[in-house]
Design a protein around this ligand. Structure first.
Ligand SMILES: CCCCCCCCCCCC(=O)SCCNC(=O)CCNC(=O)[C@H](O)C(C)(C)COP(=O)(O)OP(=O)(O)OC[C@H]1O[C@@H](n2cnc3c(N)ncnc32)[C@H](O)[C@@H]1OP(=O)(O)O
Length: 244
Protein backbone atom coordinates (compact mmCIF):
# COMPACT_ATOMS: atom_id res chain seq x y z
CA UNK A 1 0.00 0.00 0.00
CA UNK A 2 2.76 2.39 0.86
CA UNK A 3 4.55 1.85 -2.42
CA UNK A 4 1.35 2.22 -4.42
CA UNK A 5 0.58 5.24 -2.29
CA UNK A 6 4.01 6.64 -3.06
CA UNK A 7 3.50 5.96 -6.73
CA UNK A 8 0.06 7.53 -6.61
CA UNK A 9 1.36 10.60 -4.81
CA UNK A 10 4.12 11.00 -7.33
CA UNK A 11 2.05 10.09 -10.37
CA UNK A 12 -0.78 12.42 -9.44
CA UNK A 13 1.70 15.10 -8.47
CA UNK A 14 0.28 15.28 -4.98
CA UNK A 15 3.34 17.37 -4.33
CA UNK A 16 2.38 19.35 -7.40
CA UNK A 17 2.14 22.28 -5.04
CA UNK A 18 5.90 22.35 -4.93
CA UNK A 19 7.61 24.62 -7.41
CA UNK A 20 8.99 22.88 -10.39
CA UNK A 21 6.46 20.06 -10.30
CA UNK A 22 5.21 18.78 -13.62
CA UNK A 23 2.89 21.17 -15.42
CA UNK A 24 -0.67 20.45 -14.21
CA UNK A 25 -3.39 19.38 -16.63
CA UNK A 26 -4.82 22.21 -18.68
CA UNK A 27 -8.28 21.16 -17.52
CA UNK A 28 -9.24 20.69 -13.89
CA UNK A 29 -8.04 17.36 -12.47
CA UNK A 30 -10.16 14.31 -13.28
CA UNK A 31 -11.93 12.21 -10.66
CA UNK A 32 -8.76 10.21 -9.86
CA UNK A 33 -6.83 13.39 -9.21
CA UNK A 34 -9.73 14.93 -7.30
CA UNK A 35 -9.47 12.04 -4.87
CA UNK A 36 -6.28 13.53 -3.58
CA UNK A 37 -7.28 17.16 -3.61
CA UNK A 38 -10.25 18.78 -1.92
CA UNK A 39 -9.78 21.77 -4.12
CA UNK A 40 -6.93 22.64 -6.39
CA UNK A 41 -6.12 25.83 -8.19
CA UNK A 42 -3.80 24.46 -10.84
CA UNK A 43 -4.21 27.49 -13.01
CA UNK A 44 -2.72 30.14 -10.75
CA UNK A 45 1.07 30.09 -11.00
CA UNK A 46 1.99 32.40 -8.13
CA UNK A 47 5.62 32.79 -9.29
CA UNK A 48 4.92 35.29 -12.06
CA UNK A 49 5.25 39.11 -11.91
CA UNK A 50 2.42 40.87 -10.02
CA UNK A 51 1.63 44.51 -9.24
CA UNK A 52 2.98 43.92 -5.71
CA UNK A 53 6.46 43.05 -7.00
CA UNK A 54 9.04 45.83 -6.55
CA UNK A 55 11.22 47.19 -9.37
CA UNK A 56 14.16 45.15 -8.03
CA UNK A 57 12.08 41.96 -8.09
CA UNK A 58 11.00 42.55 -11.69
CA UNK A 59 14.52 43.46 -12.85
CA UNK A 60 15.97 40.29 -11.31
CA UNK A 61 13.11 38.23 -12.72
CA UNK A 62 13.85 39.57 -16.22
CA UNK A 63 17.60 38.85 -15.77
CA UNK A 64 16.88 35.23 -14.81
CA UNK A 65 14.30 34.76 -17.54
CA UNK A 66 17.08 35.79 -19.97
CA UNK A 67 19.29 33.06 -18.47
CA UNK A 68 16.50 30.58 -19.25
CA UNK A 69 16.69 31.34 -22.96
CA UNK A 70 19.55 28.87 -23.61
CA UNK A 71 17.89 26.21 -21.44
CA UNK A 72 20.60 26.21 -18.76
CA UNK A 73 18.13 27.65 -16.24
CA UNK A 74 14.41 26.99 -15.86
CA UNK A 75 11.83 28.96 -13.92
CA UNK A 76 9.99 26.73 -11.43
CA UNK A 77 6.26 27.44 -11.55
CA UNK A 78 4.33 27.25 -8.29
CA UNK A 79 0.74 26.01 -8.24
CA UNK A 80 -0.85 26.18 -4.84
CA UNK A 81 -3.47 23.66 -3.86
CA UNK A 82 -5.93 23.87 -1.02
CA UNK A 83 -5.47 20.51 0.59
CA UNK A 84 -4.43 16.97 0.09
CA UNK A 85 -7.49 14.99 1.07
CA UNK A 86 -5.69 11.73 1.65
CA UNK A 87 -3.19 13.25 4.02
CA UNK A 88 -3.38 9.98 5.92
CA UNK A 89 -2.01 8.19 2.85
CA UNK A 90 0.78 10.70 2.73
CA UNK A 91 1.56 10.39 6.43
CA UNK A 92 1.36 6.60 6.17
CA UNK A 93 3.93 6.89 3.40
CA UNK A 94 6.33 9.11 5.28
CA UNK A 95 5.96 7.31 8.55
CA UNK A 96 4.52 3.80 8.51
CA UNK A 97 4.10 3.98 12.24
CA UNK A 98 3.52 7.38 13.78
CA UNK A 99 3.89 7.46 17.58
CA UNK A 100 0.44 6.60 18.94
CA UNK A 101 0.36 10.04 20.55
CA UNK A 102 0.51 11.69 17.13
CA UNK A 103 -3.04 12.93 16.44
CA UNK A 104 -3.54 13.33 12.67
CA UNK A 105 -5.29 16.38 11.31
CA UNK A 106 -8.95 15.61 10.57
CA UNK A 107 -10.69 16.25 7.23
CA UNK A 108 -12.54 19.30 8.57
CA UNK A 109 -9.31 20.98 9.69
CA UNK A 110 -7.59 19.82 6.52
CA UNK A 111 -10.16 21.63 4.39
CA UNK A 112 -8.78 24.86 5.89
CA UNK A 113 -5.20 23.93 5.10
CA UNK A 114 -3.06 26.17 2.89
CA UNK A 115 0.60 26.19 2.01
CA UNK A 116 2.14 28.51 4.60
CA UNK A 117 3.90 30.75 2.09
CA UNK A 118 0.69 31.09 0.05
CA UNK A 119 -1.53 32.16 2.93
CA UNK A 120 -0.91 35.91 2.67
CA UNK A 121 -2.58 38.45 0.36
CA UNK A 122 -0.43 39.53 -2.61
CA UNK A 123 2.54 41.62 -1.51
CA UNK A 124 1.96 41.23 2.24
CA UNK A 125 3.84 37.98 2.81
CA UNK A 126 6.09 35.77 0.75
CA UNK A 127 6.61 36.90 -2.84
CA UNK A 128 9.11 34.62 -4.53
CA UNK A 129 10.16 32.86 -7.70
CA UNK A 130 12.67 30.04 -8.03
CA UNK A 131 15.01 29.19 -10.90
CA UNK A 132 16.86 25.88 -11.27
CA UNK A 133 20.11 24.96 -13.04
CA UNK A 134 20.36 21.17 -13.31
CA UNK A 135 23.95 21.06 -14.59
CA UNK A 136 25.16 23.10 -11.62
CA UNK A 137 22.62 21.55 -9.17
CA UNK A 138 21.71 25.08 -8.12
CA UNK A 139 18.40 26.65 -7.12
CA UNK A 140 18.10 30.42 -6.89
CA UNK A 141 15.14 32.04 -5.15
CA UNK A 142 14.26 35.72 -5.62
CA UNK A 143 12.39 36.63 -2.43
CA UNK A 144 10.56 39.82 -1.46
CA UNK A 145 9.34 39.66 2.13
CA UNK A 146 6.20 41.73 2.73
CA UNK A 147 5.12 43.90 5.70
CA UNK A 148 3.23 41.06 7.42
CA UNK A 149 6.51 39.19 7.92
CA UNK A 150 7.96 41.73 10.35
CA UNK A 151 10.11 40.61 13.28
CA UNK A 152 12.10 43.50 14.76
CA UNK A 153 10.60 46.86 13.64
CA UNK A 154 11.45 47.41 9.98
CA UNK A 155 13.10 44.01 9.51
CA UNK A 156 12.02 40.53 8.41
CA UNK A 157 11.30 37.93 11.09
CA UNK A 158 14.13 35.38 11.24
CA UNK A 159 11.54 32.63 10.82
CA UNK A 160 10.42 34.13 7.52
CA UNK A 161 14.00 34.09 6.26
CA UNK A 162 14.35 30.51 7.53
CA UNK A 163 11.16 29.50 5.70
CA UNK A 164 12.46 30.66 2.35
CA UNK A 165 15.89 29.15 3.03
CA UNK A 166 14.18 25.80 3.83
CA UNK A 167 12.07 26.05 0.69
CA UNK A 168 15.03 26.91 -1.55
CA UNK A 169 17.46 24.27 -0.28
CA UNK A 170 14.46 21.91 -0.16
CA UNK A 171 13.82 22.56 -3.82
CA UNK A 172 17.42 21.59 -4.65
CA UNK A 173 16.83 18.33 -2.76
CA UNK A 174 13.48 17.68 -4.44
CA UNK A 175 14.90 18.30 -7.91
CA UNK A 176 17.70 15.82 -7.12
CA UNK A 177 15.81 13.08 -5.28
CA UNK A 178 12.03 13.68 -5.24
CA UNK A 179 10.24 13.18 -1.93
CA UNK A 180 12.46 14.49 0.86
CA UNK A 181 12.16 16.00 4.30
CA UNK A 182 14.40 18.44 6.15
CA UNK A 183 16.38 16.64 8.84
CA UNK A 184 18.68 19.49 9.80
CA UNK A 185 18.87 23.22 8.98
CA UNK A 186 21.64 25.44 10.40
CA UNK A 187 21.43 29.17 9.73
CA UNK A 188 23.89 31.95 10.56
CA UNK A 189 22.03 35.25 10.55
CA UNK A 190 24.74 37.83 9.69
CA UNK A 191 22.58 40.93 9.06
CA UNK A 192 18.86 41.63 9.50
CA UNK A 193 16.92 41.77 6.23
CA UNK A 194 15.05 45.07 5.72
CA UNK A 195 11.29 44.55 5.40
CA UNK A 196 9.95 44.67 1.80
CA UNK A 197 13.45 44.40 0.33
CA UNK A 198 14.41 41.77 -2.25
CA UNK A 199 17.02 39.14 -1.47
CA UNK A 200 18.62 36.40 -3.57
CA UNK A 201 18.86 32.93 -1.99
CA UNK A 202 21.48 30.90 -3.80
CA UNK A 203 21.55 27.17 -2.94
CA UNK A 204 23.77 24.32 -4.10
CA UNK A 205 23.58 20.54 -3.65
CA UNK A 206 27.03 19.89 -2.17
CA UNK A 207 26.94 16.08 -1.83
CA UNK A 208 24.72 13.04 -1.55
CA UNK A 209 25.44 10.05 0.68
CA UNK A 210 22.84 7.30 0.29
CA UNK A 211 19.52 8.94 1.21
CA UNK A 212 21.28 11.99 2.72
CA UNK A 213 21.51 15.21 0.71
CA UNK A 214 23.78 18.01 1.95
CA UNK A 215 22.81 21.43 0.63
CA UNK A 216 24.16 24.88 1.46
CA UNK A 217 22.98 28.37 0.57
CA UNK A 218 23.53 32.05 1.19
CA UNK A 219 21.14 34.99 1.26
CA UNK A 220 22.44 38.20 -0.35
CA UNK A 221 21.21 41.65 -1.33
CA UNK A 222 20.26 42.31 -4.94
CA UNK A 223 23.72 43.89 -5.60
CA UNK A 224 25.33 40.89 -3.78
CA UNK A 225 27.38 43.23 -1.55
CA UNK A 226 25.50 42.35 1.67
CA UNK A 227 25.56 38.81 3.05
CA UNK A 228 22.42 38.48 5.18
CA UNK A 229 22.54 34.77 6.07
CA UNK A 230 24.26 31.54 5.22
CA UNK A 231 22.97 28.05 5.90
CA UNK A 232 23.75 24.36 5.65
CA UNK A 233 21.12 21.64 5.58
CA UNK A 234 20.58 17.91 5.52
CA UNK A 235 17.61 16.45 3.65
CA UNK A 236 16.61 12.79 3.74
CA UNK A 237 15.05 11.07 0.77
CA UNK A 238 11.95 9.27 2.01
CA UNK A 239 12.08 5.54 1.52
CA UNK A 240 8.72 3.73 1.23
CA UNK A 241 10.42 0.38 1.94
CA UNK A 242 11.83 1.72 5.16
CA UNK A 243 8.47 2.98 6.34
CA UNK A 244 6.45 -0.03 5.32
C1 LIG B 1 7.61 27.63 -0.46
C2 LIG B 1 6.79 26.38 -0.68
C3 LIG B 1 7.58 25.49 -1.63
C4 LIG B 1 8.23 24.38 -0.93
C5 LIG B 1 9.22 23.65 -1.80
C6 LIG B 1 10.29 22.89 -1.04
C7 LIG B 1 9.80 22.06 0.12
C8 LIG B 1 10.93 21.48 0.88
C9 LIG B 1 10.66 20.09 1.38
C10 LIG B 1 9.96 20.12 2.74
C11 LIG B 1 10.86 20.57 3.80
C12 LIG B 1 10.17 20.51 5.12
O1 LIG B 1 9.82 21.52 5.64
S1 LIG B 1 9.90 18.99 5.88
C13 LIG B 1 9.27 19.49 7.44
C14 LIG B 1 10.36 19.54 8.52
N1 LIG B 1 11.01 18.24 8.69
C15 LIG B 1 10.37 17.25 9.39
O2 LIG B 1 9.27 17.39 9.96
C16 LIG B 1 11.14 15.92 9.39
C17 LIG B 1 10.94 15.17 10.71
N2 LIG B 1 11.92 14.07 10.74
C18 LIG B 1 11.57 12.89 10.12
O3 LIG B 1 10.45 12.69 9.64
C19 LIG B 1 12.67 11.86 10.07
O4 LIG B 1 13.67 12.10 11.06
C20 LIG B 1 13.36 11.84 8.65
C21 LIG B 1 12.31 11.49 7.57
C22 LIG B 1 14.00 13.22 8.36
C23 LIG B 1 14.47 10.78 8.67
O5 LIG B 1 13.88 9.62 9.10
P1 LIG B 1 14.23 8.23 8.36
O6 LIG B 1 13.75 8.24 6.99
O7 LIG B 1 13.74 7.17 9.27
O8 LIG B 1 15.81 8.24 8.27
P2 LIG B 1 16.83 7.70 9.36
O9 LIG B 1 17.03 6.25 9.13
O10 LIG B 1 16.45 8.18 10.72
O11 LIG B 1 18.17 8.50 8.96
C24 LIG B 1 18.77 8.23 7.68
C25 LIG B 1 20.19 8.77 7.80
O12 LIG B 1 20.14 10.20 8.04
C26 LIG B 1 20.79 10.49 9.27
N3 LIG B 1 20.04 11.56 9.92
C27 LIG B 1 18.68 11.63 10.08
N4 LIG B 1 18.35 12.76 10.71
C28 LIG B 1 19.53 13.42 10.97
C29 LIG B 1 19.85 14.66 11.59
N5 LIG B 1 18.89 15.47 12.08
N6 LIG B 1 21.15 15.03 11.66
C30 LIG B 1 22.13 14.24 11.15
N7 LIG B 1 21.89 13.05 10.55
C31 LIG B 1 20.61 12.65 10.46
C32 LIG B 1 20.76 9.21 10.06
O13 LIG B 1 21.83 9.20 11.00
C33 LIG B 1 20.97 8.18 8.97
O14 LIG B 1 22.35 8.24 8.59
P3 LIG B 1 23.11 6.87 8.11
O15 LIG B 1 22.97 5.93 9.28
O16 LIG B 1 22.34 6.41 6.89
O17 LIG B 1 24.51 7.32 7.83
Amino acid sequence: MLRSCAARLHALGALRGLPGAARPPARSPGPARRSLFLEADFHKDSSLPKPSWSKDMRLLFDQFMKKCEDGSWTRLPFYSYKAVQNVHDFIAFIHGSLPSTAKLVDKEQLSQAQIFTESFKDGLGFEYVMFYNDAEKRTVCLFQGGPHLQGMPGFLHGGAVATMIDATVGMSAIKAEGLVMTANLNINFKRPVPLCSVVVINSHLDKTEGRKLFISCDVRSVDETTLYSEATSLFIKLDPEKNS
